[in-house]
Design a protein around this ligand. Structure first.
Ligand code: NAI
Ligand code: MG
Length: 373
C-alpha cells in the first residue's frame, strides 16, 4: 500500500492541463502515493445538477489531502440555462465547490506565498517575499445573508442596536444584509498559524490587516486576540495595519513586509494584490489547511479560452504541489522541487506565453523535472 492517498480533482478547462503537469513532476519525485480521481466542476453541474457529487466528498474523506486544478463557475441565471433540460426547474441551485469543501472540511487556514523569483520578468520588484494567511471559513464569506431583510430580524435589530434606527423607514425589500461573523476561535487559529509560520521560518514580523477603527466589533476581536497571542512570540513583532492603507503600503514598499494575516474578505483581496506583485496568476498558489485535511490549488480559474491547449503557465500549480509536499512532511522533495522551479525561472529559457515564451505547459514541467537534483 502506498504511503499516501491523494484526492486528484482536475476540474475544468486549464485545471486539467496544469494537473497533468503536476503529475509529471510528482511521478518524477517518486512520491509514494495513490492518486484517486474525483469528479468536480461545471460538467457535473450540467449533467447532475451538482458540481461536487457526494461520491467526490467520499473520496475526500478517505484521502490524506487533495490536489485541485480549477473549475468554471457562472452566475445564477447562466448556470440554470446550461443545466441538462431534464434537470431544469427541479430546484437545483449552483454552489461553489471550493467554498463548500473549505467549510465542510473546516479548512480554516488559507496560506498564499508570494515571492519574486529571480529572473521573472513580471516581478514588480525583485526582493518580495510575502506569505498571506487568510481566515478561510467565516467572516463576510460565512454565507449568512438576507434579502429582503426578514421583519422579525429588523424588529430585533431595532430593539438591540441604536444605529439601526436610520434604516427604520426603508422598505424591507430594499435592504440586503450580509453578516460578518468572527469567532474568537477562528481568530486565534489564523493568528497562531501566522506566528507559528514566522517562528518556523525565522521571520521577524507578522502584520495584522484589519480595520478596527471602523468595524469595531469584528476587527476589534481579531486585534485583541492578536495582541494576546503575539506575547507568546517574543522575537516576532506584531504590526497592525488598516486594510486600505495596507493596499498603498504593499504597492509602495512590499519588501518591508513578511507574514500577513487577515480575515476572509480582506485576505482574499490582499492576496490577489500580493500575487500580482510577483507575476500574477501564473505564479499564485494556495494551501487550504484544516486540523485533519488540506487542499492545494493554484489560485487561477479554468481560463476557458486556453482549455486543452497546454499554453498556460504551470508554475502556480507546481508551487501548490510544493505546498502539499511541505504539508505531508516530505521536506526533501519539497526543497528539490522549490529549487528546480526557481532554476527554470532564472534560466529564462523554457517559458510559457505569459512570460513572453512559446513553451507549452508540459515543456515547463519536463524542464523542471530535468533540473531536479
Ligand atoms: P482565470 O483565472 O481562469 O483566467 C483569467 C486569465 O488569466 C486567463 O484568460 C489567462 O489570460 C490568465 N491566466 C490564468 N491562469 C493562467 C496561467 N496558469 N498561466 C498563464 N495565464 C493564466 O479567471 P477568469 O477568466 O475570470 O475565470 C474563468 C473561470 O474560472 C470562471 O468560470 C471563474 O468562475 C472560474 N474561477 C475558478 C477559480 C477556481 O477554481 N479556484 C478561481 C477563479 C475563477
Ligand atoms: Mg480571490
Amino acid at each position: 500500500m502506498a504511503k499516501y492517498k491523494i484526492a486528484w480533482l482536475s476540474g475544468d478547462g486549464i485545471g486539467k492541463d496544469v494537473m497533468e503537469a503536476a503529475r509529471i513532476v510528482l511521478d518524477s519525485l517518486k512520491l509514494d502515493a495513490d492518486y484517486i480521481q474525483g469528479d468536480v466542476g461545471w460538467e457535473f453541474w450540467k449533467k447532475e445538477g451538482n458540481p461536487l457529487p457526494n461520491r467526490t466528498i467520499k473520496i475526500l474523506r478517505e484521502t490524506d489531502c487533495c490536489l485541485f486544478g480549477a473549475i468554471t463557475s457562472k452566475p445564477k441565471e447562466e448556470a440554470e440555462k446550461e443545466l441538462n433540460p431534464e434537470l431544469k426547474g427541479k430546484g437545483y441551485v449552483y454552489f461553489s465547490p471550493i467554498v463548500r469543501i473549505r467549510q465542510e472540511f473546516k479548512l480554516h487556514t488559507n496560506l498564499r506565498p508570494c515571492k519574486s523569483y529571480k529572473g521573472n520578468p513580471l516581478n514588480y520588484r525583485d526582493d518580495i517575499d510575502l506569505v498571506v494567511f487568510r481566515e478561510n471559513t467565516e467572516g463576510l464569506y460565512s454565507g449568512v445573508e438576507f434579502h429582503p431583510l426578514p421583519k422579525d430580524l429588523m424588529d430585533s435589530l431595532l430593539k438591540n442596536h441604536p444605529k439601526m434606527k436610520r434604516f427604520k423607514e426603508t422598505p424591507l425589500e430594499d435592504i440586503a444584509l450580509s453578516c460578518r461573523i468572527f469567532t474568537r476561535k477562528a481568530c486565534q487559529t489564523i493568528i497562531r498559524q501566522a506566528f507559528e509560520y514566522a517562528k518556523k521560518f525565522d521571520r521577524d514580523s507578522v502584520t495584522l490587516i484589519e480595520k478596527p477603527n471602523v468595524i469595531r466589533e469584528t476587527s476589534g476581536l481579531m486585534v485583541r486576540e492578536a495582541r494576546k497571542i503575539a506575547k507568546e512570540y517574543p522575537g516576532i513583532e506584531l504590526w497592525e495595519a488598516n486594510v486600505d492603507a495596507m493596499c498603498m503600503w504593499l504597492v509602495k514598499n512590499p519588501q518591508k513586509y513578511s507574514v500577513l494575516v487577515a480575515s476572509n474578505l480582506f485576505g482574499d483581496i490582499i492576496s490577489d494584490l500580493c500575487a500580482q506583485l510577483v507575476g500574477g496568476l501564473g505564479f499564485a498558489s494556495s494551501a487550504n489547511i484544516g486540523d485533519d485535511y488540506a487542499l492545494f490549488e493554484p489560485t487561477h480559474g479554468s481560463a476557458p479560452k486556453y482549455a486543452g491547449q497546454y499554453k498556460v503557465n504551470p508554475t502556480a500549480m507546481l508551487l501548490a504541489v510544493k505546498l502539499m509536499l511541505d504539508y505531508l512532511g516530505e521536506d526533501e522533495s519539497a526543497g528539490r522541487l522549490g529549487s528546480s522551479i526557481a532554476k527554470v525561472i532564472e534560466e529564462e529559457k523554457v517559458r510559457t506565453y505569459d512570460l513572453g515564451g512559446t513553451a507549452s505547459t508540459l515543456d515547463v514541467a519536463k524542464e523542471i523535472v530535468r533540473k531536479l537534483s
